[in-house]
Structure formats: C-alpha cells, structure tokens
Design a protein around this ligand. Structure first.
Ligand SMILES: [Mg+2]
Length: 258
C-alpha cells in the first residue's frame, strides 16, 4: 500500500531540500482549498450558518440588558473569502507567507462569504453594533476597511475594527466590546473566535471541550467551515520549519496505522 502521506522526493539519497517540504505541505492542502473555493457544499454551508445566525440573534435579542446589543464577527473565512490567496499559494507550491498575504489583502478584492453581508445588515437593522475582531495586522487596517465598505458591510469603520496588536488571543478584544455592549452573538470559522480555551487541542483534539460547552456554543456562536488552515492543523503540525511540520503530519498518519 502506498503511504497516505508521500515520502519527500530524495532519489539521490541526499538530504531533502527545505523547499521540497514546503511544496509537499502546500500540495497536502490542495483538496481543502479546492473544496473551499469550488464546492457548492461550502457555498451552501455558509448560507445555512447565516440563516441560523438570524434565528439565534432574534432569540438572544429578547434577553433584557441595559447595554446596547452587539454582534462580534471574525473577518477571514467568516465574512471575507480568501480562497483566491490559498489557491495561488497551492499553485505556486507555497505555504502561508505574511508578505504574500499582505500583497493579497492590499488589493482589497476579497469577496463576501455567502450570506455574510445580508446577515450583518439584518443585525444592523435590529439595532446591533457590528464589531470585526480579526487577527489581520494593524498595517492591513485601511485595505480591510476598504474591502468591507466596498462590499456594503455595516459598521466598517475604525471604531468597529479590532485588529491584532501583539497577540492572536482575542479574549481582551472581546472583553473590550462587552464592557459597553451586550454581545448577543459571535460568528467565526475557528472555535477560538468564541473562546481561547479552544486553542488547546491536547485532549481528544478539543472535541471534549466542544461537548462540554455545547449549550453555550449552540446559543451564542455560529461556526463556519474552513478546512484550509486553522487551529486544528496548527495543533498537529506545531511550530517550526516546513520540514518539521511535514514530519509531524506524516507521523500522525503513521500513528493511525494500528
Ligand atoms: Mg477566520
């Protein structure tokens, strides 16, 4: 049987070049990127999630609170579709690169995720402030606001855009919003967009924590599909070079052979 994850090409027996591991890791993500970029299923899942978001929003707005209501959304793969960047990375055999990423976001041409504009306009009409909490860099502020405004997203201004300043942990930024607003719903493509505890995948890949928090998640969080990148993959690949990440991925598949 052929290995699930291919051996790095090393016909001469010499050490595999670093770029070969990058190309292998990149190619490994091709199916995920294809699915996100082309599948009608992904398209429909986004619509479906935003349909559920309307229902939850209406329910949660019935809770009395002195503070005005707010909805918190993530940006990437939540309200904006960056699959063109990912397609390009696979085409070029590259993994994530911050400089290349900024070239993409500078264009401000990402399309809206299916259902996102319609849902957030609805939330805006219901009297909610919309806060965009993203791990885009502060240098991406102007291009991000342009992209959101061009697509007609509500509250796309400096006061409602909380970018990453130092830490990818969004806990403080969520707390900042909660001081003055009743947060009635959160939307994201990562469980970390709801609670930082989901960064830890050491116990049953984080699935036990999902089950333990099922009621809260069901009521306050709308999760969108994104197989292209994220905590699930970072937890398996770990930090380091692409060669190290590739080795850990390969090790995981090997461990399943029992
Ligand atoms: Mg995201």
């Amino acid at each position: 049987m052929r290995p699930v994850v291919a051996e790095p090409p090393s016909a001469s027996g010499s050490p595999v070049a670093a770029e070969d591991h990058t190309a292998l890791l990149s190619a490994q993500g091709a199916d995920a990127v294809l699915w996100q970029a082309t599948s009608a299923e992904a398209h429909r899942l986004y619509q479906q999630a935003y349909e559920l978001a309307r229902i939850r929003l209406a329910e949660n707005l019935l809770q009395p609170d002195k503070r005005p209501p707010a909805v918190i959304v993530d940006i990437d793969e939540t309200v904006l579709d960056n699959s063109p960047y990912q397609v390009n990375a696979v085409r070029q055999g590259r993994t994530f690169d911050q400089a290349e990423w900024k070239v993409w976001t500078d264009k401000a041409t990402a399309k809206a995720s299916p259902g996102a504009v319609e849902f957030l306009r609805y939330a805006d009409q219901q009297g909610c402030d919309i806060f965009y909490i993203t791990n885009r860099d502060i240098r991406e502020r102007a291009s991000t606001l342009k992209n959101l405004n061009d697509l007609g997203f509500p509250d796309a201004d400096e006061a409602h855009l909380l970018l990453m300043e130092g830490t990818s942990d969004k806990t403080e930024r969520r707390a900042y919003v909660s001081r003055d607003y009743q947060v009635v719903l959160l939307v994201g493509d990562q469980l970390r967009d709801f609670d930082e505890r989901f960064k830890d995948r050491s116990v049953n890949y984080g699935k036990d924590l999902v089950d333990a928090m099922a009621d809260t998640l069901s009521r306050y969080f709308i999760l969108l599909p994104n197989p292209m990148y994220g905590t699930y993959r970072d937890a398996l690949q770990g930090k380091g070079t692409d060669a190290e990440k590739y080795a850990r991925m390969r090790a995981w598949f090997e461990q399943q052979n029992r």
